[in-house]
Ligand binder design. Structure first.
Ligand code: SF4
Ligand code: SF4
Length: 426
């Protein structure tokens, strides 16, 4: 009798959602591992990490206060210095996107819907103790208020919409100072000179390791595919920073050897792509996977779930707490190329530089359906690429597993056009 009851135990909604998320994660991990050969052995750390967190729901940060961050603009150096861990809440699960769809307008950004959906269903592996919501894009700002209404503790961190002026710099510095003070009170931890200096150095070293690894993709035979690089950088959202750095060091060593051995992760004729636009976040790696399944290789990216997280180091003149906090603030404003700014020439400059430095032959620009700023900014990016004679493909997508056929056709046609272009140039 007891056995029968156990066998027919009814799944709770939370268990069902977790099962669906685990299935989503496994499907993508299997594609990443099995549809491609030649991945570096050191990638196994990252494959196992995603399985542990997203399929087995094993917590990584039981012993620490967790500060949930709604956007990359929240300075992780300050969080580490206060003995807490940053956990980025930007979410790539379609299961959560569907839950969020019941709470937000149908035309909202899937990333925002998925983030709100996760709060509604409370299916966290590492539940945040406090949530920091920078007022970057409108949808993020409004969703912070919705999450607060659900009973979570949300702190709004004011962010300027222009970047070049002295006023916006000062405004943002004040905002970071206030955030530092409030978080210190909330966590009941004092920010010391020693701890902040250590945290700046640690995050700086993580940035350095990333750039070392990333620069290997400049080789004509890239040792690593873009889909793997997205996994590495996305893991920075939630992994223990020391573990992440150790794993990247091993990967770097292996990739350096692969460069010496002339191992090519792609085919000889695979066109080289720079990826930009709305951020690919695991398991929504739909577009990067379609690109690499279509015989192209992503050699660089300009997105906030990857390369942009490691932009610009903190540059400190005086190692006093207040100076360090201001220097941290500067790093985050200077490095931001999100289209929420009125003008965003830095982003265009960076894409062009990436194309040149990584010898890319084309750009793929993805905008999430419902993300007005990325949709609007495509016009200026397309014009700039046209001027530089850089082929670009603009795609609109969401988290839904449908419409794959249409996207595949467009990506394959673009990859073919790049191959033809190369033939003609010879
Ligand atoms: S797209 Fe912009 S607003 Fe959204 S998480 Fe990235 S940096 Fe933040
Ligand atoms: S993709 Fe667009 S709407 Fe979504 S978080 Fe980024 S800027 Fe905001």
């Amino acid at each position: 009798m007891t056995k029968d009851i156990k066998k027919h135990k009814i799944e709770t909604p939370k268990e069902r959602q977790n099962r669906h998320k685990a299935m989503e994660a496994i499907k993508v991990l299997n594609t990443i591992k099995e549809d491609f050969t030649q991945h570096p052995k050191a990638m196994n750390y990252f494959y196992d990490l995603y399985e542990k967190v997203h399929c087995k729901h094993e917590s990584l940060h039981d012993d620490k206060a967790k500060v949930g961050t709604m956007c990359i603009q929240v300075p992780s150096e300050v969080i580490y210095a206060l003995d807490a861990v940053p956990v980025r809440l930007c979410n790539g699960f379609y299961t959560d996107d569907e839950i969020g769809s019941d709470l937000l307008p149908a035309k909202s950004c899937p990333l925002v819907k998925a983030t709100v959906g996760q709060f509604a269903s409370q299916n966290f592996t590492d539940k945040p103790d406090v949530i920091i919501s920078p007022t970057t894009c409108d949808q993020k700002a409004k969703s912070g208020a919705i999450i607060e209404d659900m009973g979570y503790s949300v702190y709004d961190m004011e962010f300027p919409r222009t970047k070049e002026s002295a006023e916006s710099r000062e405004y943002w510095r004040r905002s970071v100072r206030k955030f530092t003070k409030e978080l210190s009170l909330d966590l009941n931890k004092k920010l010391t000179k020693k701890k902040l200096k250590e945290a700046i150095k640690k995050v700086g070293y993580a940035q350095y390791l990333y750039h070392q690894l990333n620069s290997l993709r400049k080789n004509s035979k890239s040792p690593i595919l873009g889909k793997d690089m997205f996994l590495v950088t996305n893991a920075f959202f939630f992994d223990k920073i020391d573990n992440w750095m150790e794993a990247v060091k091993l990967l770097l060593k292996e990739c350096e050897q692969r460069v010496k051995d002339e191992v090519n992760a792609a085919h000889k004729r695979s066109p080289r792509i720079v990826y930009t636009g709305s951020p690919p976040i695991f398991p929504n790696l739909k577009i990067p996977l379609l690109i690499e399944q279509s015989d192209a290789i992503i050699v660089a990216d300009e997105t906030c779930s990857s390369n942009r997280m490691f932009n610009d180091m903190v540059s400190v003149d005086e190692w006093f707490v207040n100076d360090m906090v201001d220097s941290v603030a500067d790093r985050y404003l200077k490095g931001c190329t999100c289209p929420i700014f009125t003008k965003n020439n830095d982003r265009i400059r960076r894409i062009i530089d990436l194309v040149k430095d990584y010898k890319a032959e084309g750009v793929v620009y993805q905008a999430f359906a419902g993300c007005q700023v990325y949709e609007m900014e495509q016009r200026s990016v397309l014009m700039a690429m046209e001027k530089e004679k850089i082929p670009i493909l603009y795609l609109e997508s969401d988290y839904s597993p449908s419409h794959l056929g249409q996207l595949t056709t467009r990506i394959e046609a673009f990859v073919e056009s790049l191959k033809n272009r190369r033939r003609k140039q010879k």
